[in-house]
Design a protein around this ligand. Sequence first.
Ligand SMILES: NC(=O)c1ccc[n+]([C@@H]2O[C@H](COP(=O)([O-])OP(=O)(O)OC[C@H]3O[C@@H](n4cnc5c(N)ncnc54)[C@H](OP(=O)(O)O)[C@@H]3O)[C@@H](O)[C@H]2O)c1
Length: 262
Amino acid sequence: MDYYKNKTVLITGASSGIGESFAITLDKLGAKLILTARSKDKLEKMASKMNNAISIPGDLSDKKFPQQLYDSIKEKNIDVDILINNAGFGFSGLFLDSSMKNYNEMMNLNVFSLVALTHLFLNDMVTKKNGGIINISSLASFQPMPFFSIYAASKAFVTSFTASIYEEYRKLGIKVLGVCPGYTKTNFNKRAQMDSIPVAGYLMSSQEVVDQSLKAYQSGKFLIVNGKINKFLRFITSVIPTKLSLAFSSSVIKRGITNKQW
Ligand SMILES: NC(=O)c1ccc[n+]([C@@H]2O[C@H](COP(=O)([O-])OP(=O)(O)OC[C@H]3O[C@@H](n4cnc5c(N)ncnc54)[C@H](OP(=O)(O)O)[C@@H]3O)[C@@H](O)[C@H]2O)c1
């Protein structure tokens, strides 16, 4: 994939899971990378092993950080070709089982930082009529999810927002892709307090998600659901009545929750 050679890519949440796989893969493809996440040491170690990468650590749930990140990239005279809004986290359990502090952090990271970074970098891309954005959403974005309520709602925002800006900016030469993985083997489940569901062939690797995403971005798609089982689940939940889909997702999530408090 020569397409990514020499492209400058900013990856949020680059220190683990899907973001780390994006970084390793794009480095191999000859891209120039800007890595961000909170884990400063991990990012520095990753960047030092790569061909052309820098790290700018920070907390994207701090509403000031997207602008600081943008300013620090501009100060270095770097022009971003592709923004990958990947950082995100979830919480599984009853809505009242977690604090507003945790939900604010989640909404700031999953929604606010993604919109703020898109607003900052898309503006430059439109000026030069080139560039694009990959937003990592989730299979959870397609229906309400009891016991995963704030996370699913935050990802519903991401999928909807991403599809809208795809349509608004595609004629200006800007690519916009939303990526909707299902269960993927990363640190996500640990922070979300969930076990993965033991269905053969269901749990995907972050490498598979990344390979599919880079291919889809290059070919100009606006949305992908990763994997055949996830595509099937999305189809089923879109055709059955909402009450049935609520009961289905509720039973699936409940079985996976590690911290059961009811
Ligand atoms: N794994 C799944 O099953 C799955 C399914 C669907 C969608 N997704 C989505 O995929 C994306 C990547 O998640 P993952 O599965 O790769 O999980 P992960 O392994 O936990 O990685 C999450 C990344 O986000 C960063 N991050 C977390 N909080 C942050 C903050 N406040 N500020 C800046 N960076 C922060 C983490 O780095 P630091 O801790 O160093 O900050 C890490 O690099 C997320 O948007 C997630 O919602 C995951």
